[in-house]
Design a protein around this ligand. Structure first.
Ligand SMILES: [Zn+2]
Length: 377
């Protein structure tokens, strides 16, 4: 049970803990996230630069999605405590951004206070916010009632019909629904996975900071920490547009999915139940590298509920309920509390063996990657 202490009690505890551990960094800072209701929302960031130019920069992000921050914090703490003291600093730099959605962490919701999914909001180009995904908005119109949530089964699941293993909502298959709705849209916070009209303040600050620090490295590797998708306690490595986000030669130097099978699956985004998206952190890092640099921008997803059909439907139910609740509220405090609790359990399972497993896997993965790059003593 040695790794359980890395899990924080709440946002405030996590923030203090990261500041305590990360303040040893050569460069340590905070971006305050403005809020209508809160005064203590910060993204903290710690930078341990390489001594020389031309090496590798590792970016480790946590908390893009509120309640997933618990696991992200635990893994960042493990890295600060166990890995960084063993790092050969000559050619390897580390930059950690902690709790990129502090409002969502504090209140256990996926999106920011303004209803934006940070992982659809990331780009250095205004073109992102002009993408049209009217098919997604049509799904919202058809399947999300414009009314408070009144129970624990969402409207969508009430429309479900099954043909063997195939699931349909009216004329839309489950897979089609997930791929359309999860992709992101830029028209309305009431639609699924709203990516905003412009970068959120912390995305803007992150973009500036990455521009400042990335240029002196040859290789940039992002590990963005998430939970909630895939097989329970299994690590899935995912990416955005594979052509832009993964330099094949750099990937081969650091990862070997066949040999590392015990640790993770490298999952293409077109696998059933997974999906391609716009505006992810991966895409931002890929946009910021120059043609002379190599990039490997990956999402680390630790599964929680599981990946069989029953688990996917349960996950879908919670997604719909949370979305409707965020937009239109809840019938009463009891329904609200029950849905919040289910959602917290989905993204931050209380099971100690799940928590132990994911820190164990993350430690082994990070060590393996650093050993392959010759960066560990
Ligand atoms: Zn996530």
């Amino acid at each position: 049970m040695a790794d359980l202490h890395y899990f924080p009690k709440d946002y405030v505890d996590a923030k203090q803990d990261f500041r305590r551990r990360g303040s040893s960094a050569a460069q340590f800072g905070q971006w305050q996230v403005p809020s209508a209701t809160e005064t203590d929302l910060f993204v903290d960031h710690a930078y341990y630069p390489a001594e020389d130019s031309g090496g590798k920069l590792f970016l480790i992000f946590s908390g893009v999605h509120g309640a997933e921050s618990y696991a992200g914090h635990a893994i960042q703490s493990m890295i600060l405590e166990e890995i960084l003291p063993r790092l050969k600093r000559k050619a390897t730099g580390f930059f950690l951004a902690h709790s990129l959605n502090p409002f969502g962490f504090k209140h256990h919701q996926r999106c920011t206070e303004s209803g934006v999914n940070i992982n659809r909001n990331c780009s250095s180009s205004p073109k992102l916010y002009k993408i049209d995904n009217s098919a997604s908005l049509e799904l919202t119109r058809r399947f999300i009632p414009r009314a408070p949530v009144d129970g624990l089964e969402c409207h969508l699941l009430k429309q479900m019909r099954r043909e063997g293993e195939r699931v349909w909502f009216e004329d839309i298959s489950l897979d089609q629904f997930v791929k359309t709705a999860a992709q992101g849209q830029y028209a309305s916070p009431e639609g699924f996975e709203f990516g905003g009209f412009a970068p959120e303040p912390q995305v803007r600050a992150l973009t500036w900071r990455l521009r400042e620090i990335m240029s002196r490295y040859r290789d940039v590797i992002l590990l963005d920490l998430h939970t909630g998708l895939g097989d329970r306690a299994r690590l899935h490595l995912l990416t955005g547009d594979p052509k832009a986000c993964v330099h094949p030669e750099l990937f081969r130097e650091l990862f070997d999915p066949a040999q590392d099978k015990a640790l993770y699956d490298f999952t293409a985004h077109d696998v059933e139940g997974f999906y391609p998206t716009y505006g992810a952190t991966n895409d931002l890092v890929a946009e910021l590298v120059t043609p002379q640099q190599r990039v490997c921008a990956l999402t680390m997803e630790f599964g929680t509920l599981g990946h069989d059909l029953g688990a996917q439907l349960q996950s879908m139910n919670q997604w719909m309920l949370e979305h409707q609740g965020c937009c239109f509220g809840y019938r009463d405090d009891e329904v609200r509390a029950q849905i919040k609790q289910l959602n917290l359990e989905k993204f931050n399972p209380s099971d100690p063996s799940w928590r132990e497993s994911i820190v164990f896997i993350a430690r082994n993965l990070v060590q393996k990657v650093l050993q392959r790059s010759g960066s560990l003593t």
